[in-house]
Design a protein around this ligand. Sequence first.
Ligand code: GUN
Ligand code: FE
Length: 439
Amino acid sequence: YTQAIRGSFFDITAVVETPLQLPDYARYIEDGLLLLNGGDIVSLQSWEAGRHLLADRSSVLDYRGKLIVPGFVDTHIHYPQTEMIAAYGEQLLEWLQQYTFPVESQYHCPQHSARMSAFFLHQLLSNGTTTALVFGTVHPESVDALFSAADRLGMRLIAGKVMMDRNAPDYLTETPEQSYQQTRELIERWHNHGRLSYALTPRFAPTSSPELLGKVQQLKEEYPDTWLHTHLSENPQEIEWVKSLFPDHNGYLDVYHQYQLTGRRSVFAHCIHLDEEEWDCLHATGSAVAFCPTSNLFLGSGLFNLKTCWEKGVKMGMGTDVGAGTTFSMLQTLGEAYKVGQLQRYRLAACEAFYHATLGGARALDLDSRIGSFTAGKEADFVVLDPAVSALQQMRFANSKDIWEKLFVLMTLGDDRNIAATWVNGQCVWQARSEEKAA
Ligand code: GUN
Ligand code: FE
């Protein structure tokens, strides 16, 4: 090993088919020892069991008093929308026209893209998010800047340039042929470059002509190991619009499905108003969905049905969906997911919530063999949580009887103040200021 870390560790060690299985695979080691070799995990065990392996006790990094969990996975976010988060008053379609499109117009500029990429990745890391599936804008420059910045940090990131050729302002649309060419060049440049991967990113059906979707299908055939990332069934008006734009299709998902855009590496954001057949199609094709509670509440889109998602056996991860989402914090996102559950009489346990934010999200992105837990051989991406940073948290935490209650308090009261440090690829890439002083 090249690095030894002592602290309390929590993870879920296996992918599950029902939340009832989760407690069996939850691992909590109150005094643990994590060994790394470069960017990889060698082992996680109790301090007592592992201490004899240590070559030199003084070189152990001591995070005792902190809780270390796998890095959070954000399965749906728009980096260019960072600068318009908290835009007042509108629901999806008007919100896009009034706020989103004007902001996205700026990303033809490489300098602006580079500045916002750095800011965006800093927000992810300071919130404990180590992997994300990210929308750029229609401009290739936006994605070049984001991938360059993520590459320098060693982050595992999946992103893509938006593809759209109708129902958006002229300054944000392209021809299907341009979209194809530019996407192809980006795939050649970035896909499988280090820890980076490319996602074909048609914005959503309403901004895609049949010809554009044909180009997306062609790219997926030419590059079958790329991802597919888009929106699905978020807002009732949007769904009606899709039906009128694609009258020959059997509903919203069928538009994507007919162009063979469903599959193991396809991620559909929102999926709030699906019918039975659509859930079944997602399951049958191995497609995944992104649950974005803060966005769905903020835009008044509706309540995602977690119970149905489990019953239908559809892979699911958490998404912040910034800038329709109102926070980069996965902890806050889990807290809002709990409330969305409450409104439907679904009890989201802390164990389940942390699974969705880590290994479940990794699985939704088809990355569960690489990230999402402390399993030996996986990549060393993790978050050091300070479980109690405010007086309220300290008081409430002291009153918590076990790890389950502590995790629940953390996802209900926690936010970026609780992130003490974030590690990516075996390196500490972000530290809270008080930690810096202590170091
Ligand atoms: N549907 C199409 N584009 C968008 C977007 O930028 N944000 C959200 N939340 N939904 C969309
Ligand atoms: Fe979105």
